[in-house]
Design a binder for this molecule. Structure first.
Ligand SMILES: NC(=O)c1ccc[n+]([C@@H]2O[C@H](COP(=O)([O-])OP(=O)(O)OC[C@H]3O[C@@H](n4cnc5c(N)ncnc54)[C@H](O)[C@@H]3O)[C@@H](O)[C@H]2O)c1
Length: 447
């Protein structure tokens, strides 16, 4: 199949490279000239494990190419995927669909022969209808079908997720479009990934419902963690105790500093707006959004409390800045609110992240960036683990403690991801503060 991907960011580039790897012929288009030039030169615009090699191999096999002008690529495509951004709109938080509609207009003029136009971007219910209207208006004789095919990949595990999805959702009632989509996804279908064919509106809503559910699950365990701290229980043990129940499942039950990233914050907000406009407010999701927003700043207060109530004039070292490991994505990362809260309280913030510092420097210029975890800890009064990169899971705690300020009392380790054992941290001379657990509660529960 000939596939054109409009938008070569996280989703467009990963999907395009994976489709090429299935044997399809893929052209990735992006309006950002610098991005396309970099891709042509073999440089990835994002950090994603395995992506560079996958792109290189498929370029070498002549199945994957990059262009800025979409006309020729769209004209010969069996399917054109729209994978442009849908960020939160300034002011009201609804999804900004201007990139999607602009892409639809550009695609309309270049269509030739029956073409499936696939919306892979996360878009509110009814966007497919508008995309169809725009194309029909711009090119009344075009033969096309607009399909919703939301993407469920996770940053940091994007290639594996794309190649081994739990399901593929295809929203259309046009049989010819279903046939094209089945052909495109055939390699996965053969691997037994179920294809769920629905109406277009149902597919659009399915993506938002999935993200809102996962965001709610994270928020639920975060609130349970707070309760654990108040009553002396251990949230890790509670999560295990409920997660072993098949009806609940163990995923997304890791208490932490709140969800962030390029999807959950904006998608939950857009769903809230859609539901309000439809006259059926989703009060549960509204609460999830509010609780999560407050939590990020509350993490700065937690650090300050763990430091004895004040960080004025003190140095706080942060390990991890990205919203999760294995990505350089800083969008809506909890670290942004934590750093702001600590700086507002008079702290000097030093930070280290394996991949996120280039982006972080733009967003947080007043942070002092270190070259590695140990340099980050040098002379600091407190060490905060914000993102659970593997490189932070087995740090030499003695070396860290020795690098930190020795103002008499034990330095503080604030572990916002619960990756260290409180008793072991104490043995290495740290005062430990985790999420929803203390040395006593962990000892009692043996988790
Ligand atoms: N990032 C994720 O993990 C993820 C997962 C699932 C779904 N999604 C959804 O996928 C969509 C894309 O997200 P992303 O993270 O890949 O965004 P991104 O910002 O990384 O990439 C979007 C790209 O589209 C390009 N673009 C914009 N308008 C264009 C146009 N008219 N023609 C050509 N290129 C154009 C931009 O230059 C940019 O490179 C969003 O709707 C997002 O919600 C993202």
């Amino acid at each position: 199949m000939n596939i054109t991907m409009v938008g070569s960011g996280y989703v467009g580039l990963v999907s395009g490279a994976c489709f090429a790897d299935f044997g399809h012929s893929v052209v990735c288009v992006d309006s950002n000239r610098g991005r396309i030039e970099a891709l042509k030169a073999g440089r990835m615009p994002i950090y994603e494990p395995g992506l560079e090699a996958l792109v290189a191999e498929n370029v070498r096999q002549d199945r994957l190419s990059f262009v800025t002008d979409l006309d020729a690529a769209v004209a010969q495509a069996d399917a054109v995927f729209i994978a442009v951004g849908t960020p939160s709109r300034r002011g009201d938080g609804f999804a900004d669909l201007s990139f999607v509609y602009a892409a639809a207009r550009e695609i309309a003029g270049a269509l030739s022969g029956f073409t499936v136009v696939v919306t892979k971007s996360t878009v509110p219910v009814g966007t497919g209808d508008e995309v169809e209207r725009i194309i029909r208006e711009a090119n009344p004789t075009a033969e096309f079908a607009v399909v919703s095919n939301p993407e469920f990949l996770r940053e940091g595990a994007a290639i594996a997720d794309f190649k081994r999805p739990d399901r593929i959702v295809v929203g259309t009632d046009e049989p010819r479009a279903v046939a094209v989509m089945e052909q495109i996804y055939r390699p996965l279908y053969l691997n037994a990934a179920p294809i769920v064919v629905t109406s277009r509106r149902t597919a659009e809503l399915t993506k938002y419902a999935a993200n809102a559910f996962l965001a709610a699950k994270i928020t639920f365990i975060n609130e349970i963690a707070d309760l654990c701290e108040a009553v002396g229980a251990d949230v890790q043990a509670v999560a295990r105790g409920i997660g072993l129940d098949n009806r609940i499942g163990s995923k997304f039950l890791h208490a932490g500093p709140g969800y962030g990233g390029s999807c959950f914050p904006k998608d939950t907000l857009a769903l809230v707006k859609t539901a309000q406009d439809a006259g059926t407010p989703l009060r549960l999701v509204e609460t999830v959004v509010a609780v999560n927003d407050q939590r990020k700043r509350a993490m700065a207060r937690k650090v300050i409390k763990a430091c004895g109530g004040s960080v004025r004039g003190r140095t706080v070292a942060l390990l991890g800045l990205t919203f999760k490991p294995n990505t350089d994505d800083m969008r809506d990362a909890p670290s942004l609110a934590i750093v702001a809260g600590l700086q507002d309280a008079g702290a000097t913030v030093r930070a280290y992240d394996p991949e996120g510092m280039e982006q972080a420097r733009i967003l947080m210029p007043a942070v002092d960036y270190a070259e590695n975890a140990y340099a980050c800890a040098e002379g600091a009064d407190a060490l905060v683990i914000v993102t659970e990169w593997n490189a932070f899971r087995a740090l030499d705690l003695d070396r860290l403690r020795q690098a930190m300020a020795s103002g008499g009392s034990a330095p503080v380790l604030i572990d916002l991801r619960n990756i260290y054992d409180p008793a072991s941290a104490a043995r290495h001379g740290f005062t430990y503060c985790g999420i929803g657990r203390t040395a006593e509660s962990v000892a009692r529960n043996g988790s």
